[in-house]
Structures are given as structure tokens and as C-alpha cells.
Design a protein around this ligand. Sequence first.
Ligand code: ADP
Ligand code: MG
Length: 336
Amino acid sequence: MNEFEVIGRYFRSSTGALAKPNDAGINTGIDAMADSGIETGIGDDCALLRVPDGHRLAVSVDTLVADVHFPASAEPALIAQRALCVSLSDLAAMGAKPLWITLCLTLPEVDESWIGPFSCALHETAARYNCALVGGDTTRGPLALSVQVMGSVPIGKGLLRSGAGIGDQVYVTGTLGDGAAGLAAVQQHLQSSENDITYLKQRFFHPEPQFKAGAQLLSFASAAIDISDGLLADLGHICTASGVRAVVEIDQLPLSAALKRSVDVEQQRLWALSGGDDYQLCFTVPAAHIAAIEALIADSVLDAQRIGEICAGEGVVCRLQQQPFDIAHKGYNHFG
Ligand code: ADP
Ligand code: MG
């Protein structure tokens, strides 16, 4: 199979919209999405896309390299699922609605037993989040993939990192530390029950982009970021961009039951603060909107917890029972 046959069989659809291979792994070109904004999809020199009126295009790209970001031997379906979810998480953090993706795939060889499950999982995951593959590039080389995601945000409403103000409360969605624990489980560095290991691995391979929360926050949050490199590092980006300091209450960190059962308190805190791969949202809320956010939380419409406060200064500091709490480790930095 050459490059064009690979694209045609696994990635392209006749409609240029959502390609979906059938059970035999062959792309039938059905399932074109109604009102997807795609005027021209895969197969021409560029895709031509229509952003909804009154919206801005939100664009982000992430690269995953084998044996740096995932084990080269990982199941292709899990690689696809995770790569897409990780990229989509950036759209969620902006409060954007997902629309389209492009895929740059570098493969050491054309191995259909790898590309088949990879493309199926990619199309399935894309469909789950209502977005369509509209283009990409396919090359030969060491296994790596870049997923570019595109979405729409109402003009002037995007959740920036730079909007946090003094007195805002800091919140996070979901639970923290599961991604790092899941990676440790994948690397067989974690001893726990089979159920908890399964749960934590799933949290690593299938981080859930927080689109519902992101959309809710559009009206209430002053700043937001997705937690990819650990809470301290990512909340630190909000502080830098906003020119403020954050104080995090260690005993408010939301932790899953599986994490609590699997490691001691010190390790739980370390992973919650500095482990990466959670892809939850960290956001700040000004006083005027606290009641609205707390009401959403109380009604179980929004799964989030207050973990601290924004004040004057810089950087992120932690506190435990009114005392400063020192944590030596910082988030993951590729060149650090
Ligand atoms: P060009 O030479 O103009 O860059 P390519 O041969 O790279 O064109 O790609 C042909 C078409 O297939 C383009 O529309 C491109 O977006 C699409 N494409 C290539 N690789 C992929 C991929 N991995 N996933 C989705 N679309 C792809
Ligand atoms: Mg090309």
C-alpha cells in the first residue's frame, strides 16, 4: 500500500466529511455529518470550512512521539483515542465547541493490523465528540502523530489564561492525580487492586475532554486552562498570564477513591499537584459568579471543586491547615 491507498482506505470519505470504516476496516464514506461546516474535506489541497456566524475559530495542535508520550507498543486504538482526547482538551479549556480535526501521521511501515484499529478508534472518538477528520498528512518515519483540532467560540467569550483577578476563587473539575497514577500503572510501577488499576489506566488512555464544563464556564469563569502538565504548572500559567498569585489548599484537592486506595497520602498529593495527564480544567471565578457556579455544582450539573484563591503576587503556593506547604516537584517540562 502506498500513501494514497492508506489515506483512501483508512482516512478519506467520499463526502469529505466523517469517514467511517466498516467492520472489514474499509471506509465506506457514509455518515457525513449534517451541518458540519465542511465545504471541501479530505482529497483536495486544502479543506474549506465554514465557521458559524458570530464565532471565532479556535485552533490547537499537539504532537505525540512514540516512547516519549506513549509506549510504541501500546495498542493503536488506545494511541488514537488518547491523542485525540488530549488535543480536544485544549478546545474544551477555551470553552470551544469541537468541529474538525486534521491528522499528521508518521509511520515506520504500512502495517494494516496497526492502521486499521488506529483509524477505527480515531473515527469513533471523533464521532463521539461530534467532530470530523478533514485533512492531514501521511509520511514514513519513526512513529509519531500530530492532531490538530478546530472548534468555535462565541466572539469575545473564549476562556483565556489571562483573565484571573485578585479575589477570584480557583476551581478544578473532576479528580486530580489519576492520569499520573494511570501512567505508573501502564509502566507497571503501581501495585493496587485489579479494579483500581483498570480504572486508573483508563483515566490515562481515555482522558475525557471537559466540553460540557467548558461550555458552562463561558458565562462565569475569568480564566481557564486544561491540566496536562500538573496543577502547579498549569495554574502557574494562569498566574503568569494574569499577573497574580494562586494559593492552593492541599486538603481541598479532589482525589478519586481509586487513587486514595492505591498510594499513600504523600504520593496522592504529589500526583495531584505535579503529575500530568489529567486533562481536567482549572478555572477561576470572580465573586459575582461564585453563587452561580456553586449552584451548578450543588445540582450536579458541574463536577468541580473549589481548591483555592487568587491574590496579589506571583506564582502558585500551597497551604495545609493554614501553614505553608512546600512541594519540591514541578510539572513536566520537555526541555527541563
Ligand atoms: P498534498 O500533497 O497536497 O499535501 P497529500 O497527498 O498529503 O496532499 O494528501 C492528500 C489529501 O489527503 C489531502 O486532502 C490531505 O489533507 C489528506 N490526508 C493525508 N493524510 C491524511 C491523514 N492521515 N488523515 C486525514 N487526511 C489525510
Ligand atoms: Mg501532504
